[in-house]
Ligand binder design. Structure first.
Ligand SMILES: Nc1ncnc2c1ncn2[C@@H]1O[C@H](COP(=O)(O)OP(=O)(O)OP(=O)(O)O)[C@@H](O)[C@H]1O
Length: 262
């Protein structure tokens, strides 16, 4: 695999407190990496280091100068007093044509939101608009900080499906932060478990059984995985998250490698 970004021995201290301790990882082309860890583990700080927003750190970051990183933040801070529709919000991100904006929204299943008020979007709708904004930049690496926060279970499954589809379509790498492994598991190639330092990392099925993961999060309940598989036994989703009928060889492609996790 081709490494797009390599972090070597990244350490960050705040007020003498070690928030990141010698963290090393690489992000490879076409790979989905999920960073999990409890509250305060340093996940957002690591994302900020990756994005160049956290300047004070020790260690080394290697990446090509022209590497494009698309970022979907954990929270969107908007001025409530200013009216802002989705179309205008996306145009603020750069010089994009209306067609490009419509295409990006269509990709993320949010085309019907074009004229909607940004302040009135649901959690899931906001995430789709933010994903569209990130995709407008044609990123090599898509970084998502807790994309499923405030989204219901079916919405989360659909969102992770969408992220997987985007990865396949754009051949970009995805680096996302999650609080837990349950629903994200089937859509992840590699899991990194962070508690200031990397406790363990590897394939999701192996991490779910790793003693250090279990010490932090407890046993992953089998019924959670059963729920996920049950949902996907019946139908697949299009980019808008709508169930679609599926048959033939393309259908098996859309199972996204579930067999790896059984
Ligand atoms: N700029 C800052 N100055 C001082 N302390 C900070 C700063 N940013 C983060 N911290 C502290 O560093 C620790 C890690 O924060 P961080 O936001 O990276 O954790 P996290 O794993 O993303 O947590 P959560 O899951 O709650 O979002 C926390 O104790 C936080 O209070």
């Amino acid at each position: 695999m081709t490494a797009l970004i390599e972090l070597s021995n990244i350490s960050v201290q705040f007020d003498g407190r070690q928030v990141l301790d010698n963290v090393s990882l690489s992000i490879n082309k076409g790979e989905i990496i999920t960073l999990i860890g409890p509250n305060g583990a340093g996940k957002s700080t690591l994302v900020k280091v990756l994005l160049g927003l956290q300047k004070r750190y020790s260690g080394k970051i290697s990446k090509p100068k022209k590497l494009k990183i698309g970022y979907v933040p954990q929270k969107l801070k908007l001025n409530e007093a200013l009216p802002l529709d989705v179309s205008r919000f996306l145009r603020l991100a750069g010089r994009f044509s209306q067609q490009e904006i419509q295409d990006a929204l269509t990709l993320t299943g949010a085309q019907h939101l074009l004229a909607n008020d940004m302040h009135a979007l649901s959690g899931g709708e906001t995430q789709r608009v933010l994903l569209a904004r990130a995709l407008l930049q044609r990123p090599d690496v898509l970084v998502l900080d807790e994309p499923a926060q405030g989204v219901d279970v079916q919405g989360q499954i659909d969102l992770y499906d969408l992220i997987d589809t985007i990865r396949r379509r754009f051949h970009c790498a995805v680096f996302m932060v999650s609080h837990d492994l349950h629903l994200v598991m089937a859509k992840t190639d590699h899991v990194i478990c962070l508690q200031h330092h990397i406790c363990c990392s590897g394939a999701p099925a192996a991490i779910a059984q790793h003693p250090k993961y279990i010490a932090l999060f407890g046993e992953t309940r089998q019924e959670t995985f059963a729920f996920y598989h049950h949902q996907h036994d019946h139908h697949h989703h299009d980019l808008a998250g709508q169930p679609v009928k599926c048959a033939g060889p393309t259908c098996s492609h859309q199972t996204h490698g579930h067999q790896k996790h059984d």
